[in-house]
Ligand binder design. Structure first.
Ligand code: BGC
Length: 265
C-alpha cells in the first residue's frame, strides 16, 4: 500500500473532512494520530474506523494498534506543540502532517467581534503555523524528509462575503505554503494545500438544512453535487504518498468546478 510504514497526524479528525482523511490514510497503510477538541465520541468513531482499516507502523517501538486519539485545541500554540510531541512519543516518529482543523463564523464585516476573529485565525492559521513548525523541528532533529498537507478552501482565492476572517485565514494559508515550500525544500520537506469546495460535513450544517441556499449553491457547481469527505481524502492520500515527491508549494482544488465557474445566462 502507498503509505505502508508511515505515521500521519490529522488535526480535527473527529468529524467531517478530517475524519475522512484519517480513515483513508489508514486504508493506505499509515498509522494515524486522530486529534479532537470537543468531540471525543467523534474521535472514537474515527479511531474504530482507522483500526478497522488496518494501517501499521513498522518501527520496532511501534504499538500494534494503527490509531491513537489525542485531545488538543489547535488554536493554542502550547496545545499544538504538545500534540506533535505526543504523536512522536506514541508512534516513534511522524512522516505526514495534515493541518485540517478549521472553523468559520458568519457575520457581516462590521459586526465581527475580536473574539470571533481570534477564534478563526487562531485555529485556521496560527495553529497551522506552529503545528508545522513543531513537525519541521522533529524532521530536522531526526534528519528525515516529510510531507505537510494543509486543508485550505476555494476561499484562499474566492471571496466569500460575511466570512472575511475565514477568507483572511485561508489566503494566509496560501502564502504560508508558498513560502515554506521554498524554505523547506532543501530539507526534503514538501508542503501543499488541498482546497475543498462545498463538502457535505458539519461545517455546512446550516446550509444543508436550507433548501433555498443549497439550491443556489448547487447551481454554482458544474459537477452538480456537493463533495464528500472521500473526494478530498483521495487527493490527500496522493499528496502524502511517494507519487507526489516532486510536488511542493501548490494548491489542488477538489471543488466540483466551483472556483472557476462562470457563465452568462
Ligand atoms: C466553507 C463552506 C462553503 C464552501 C463553498 C468552504 O470553505 O467552509 O462553508 O460552503 O467553502 O463556498
Amino acid at each position: 500500500m502507498r503509505l505502508d510504514g508511515k505515521v500521519a497526524l490529522v488535526t480535527g479528525s473527529s468529524q467531517g473532512i478530517g475524519q475522512g482523511i484519517a480513515i483513508r490514510l489508514a486504508a493506505e497503510g499509515a498509522s494515524v494520530i486522530i486529534n479532537y477538541r470537543s468531540h471525543p465520541e467523534g474521535a472514537e468513531e474515527t479511531l474504530a474506523k482507522v483500526e478497522a482499516s488496518g494501517g501499521k507502523c513498522y518501527m520496532a517501538q511501534c504499538p500494534k494498534n494503527p490509531g491513537y486519539a489525542i485531545k488538543a485545541d489547535t488554536g493554542m500554540v502550547e496545545d499544538v506543540q504538545r500534540l506533535v510531541m505526543e504523536s512522536v512519543e506514541h508512534f516513534g516518529k511522524l512522516d505526514i502532517l495534515v493541518n485540517n482543523a478549521g472553523i468559520e463564523k458568519h457575520a457581516p464585516f462590521w459586526d465581527v467581534t475580536e473574539s470571533d476573529y481570534d477564534a478563526v485565525l487562531n485555529v485556521n492559521l496560527k495553529g497551522v503555523f506552529f503545528a508545522t513548525q513543531a513537525m519541521v523541528r522533529h524532521l530536522i532533529a531526526t534528519k528525515r524528509p516529510g510531507k505537510i498537507i494543509n486543508i485550505s478552501s476555494v476561499h484562499e482565492e474566492l471571496p466569500f462575503p460575511n466570512f472575511t476572517a475565514y477568507c483572511t485565514s485561508k489566503g494566509g494559508m496560501k502564502m504560508l505554503t508558498r513560502n515554506l515550500a521554498v524554505e523547506l525544500g532543501s530539507l526534503g520537506i514538501t508542503i501543499n494545500n488541498v482546497a475543498p469546495g462545498a463538502i457535505e460535513t458539519p461545517i455546512n450544517t446550516k446550509l444543508l438544512n436550507d433548501p433555498e441556499k443549497l439550491g443556489a449553491l448547487l447551481k454554482n457547481i458544474p459537477l452538480g453535487r456537493l463533495g464528500q469527505p472521500q473526494d478530498v481524502a483521495a487527493l490527500v492520500a496522493f499528496l502524502a504518498s511517494d507519487d507526489a515527491n516532486y510536488i511542493t508549494g501548490t494548491t489542488f482544488f477538489a471543488d466540483g468546478g466551483l472556483l472557476w465557474n462562470y457563465q452568462e445566462q
